[in-house]
Design a binder for this molecule. Sequence first.
Ligand code: ITT
Length: 203
Amino acid sequence: DKVLVATTNKGKLKEFEQILSQFGIQVISLEDMKQKVEIEEDRETFLENAIKKAKIYGDFYKIPVIAEDAGLEVEALNGYPGVYSARFYDIDFGGKETVKENKDVANINKLLRLLKEKENREARFVSVVVFYKPEDFGIWTEGYCYGKIIDKPRGNKGFGYDPVFIPEGYTKTMAELDPEEKNRISHRGKAVKKLLEKLRKLL
Ligand code: ITT
């Protein structure tokens, strides 16, 4: 069983490889493909963005594909950054952030700036995963991971907002957890597990 995991995010790709390998599924990545495709994520929901990515890549390469749209929803920010999580530093919400080191750092800096003096630190990661078999069928599932945003980044595993996110019931940040542990509790891990259960029932 081979599937194209259609993501340009290296951290994400690694986690998909780890999660899917436990189920004996082999991953092809966009780097393995000779012809490149550019996609703009311009939809207003995770589901619409994930479907768009899965359809365009699947129809182009004509192989089964998994695409994901994910992000962080923060209660005190009315659900932002949400679908804008990847480029939060640069959007027209609460001022822009200059990128000094990398985008993840700029995103975290903006988030912490906006949450300064805010008491409500509740947040959740969301993952919407789509499996699409060209000219045949598509299915999707979602996964959530609830937790809190802290004041100062800790840890260097994972990616994105992991250094400032503490999952419910934990004292470590997501970036301090080993990959196996993150995958067990993460939005992505849960969404993928549900996806494979759905697929198994279908096939
Ligand atoms: P693709 O669209 O190519 O898959 P992307 O990075 O643009 O790559 P998304 O649009 O789904 O992916 O953006 C997700 C962003 O949300 C990601 O860049 C991170 O900033 C954040 N994010 C998602 N999952 C995360 C996780 O497990 N840990 C930390 N941050 C995460």
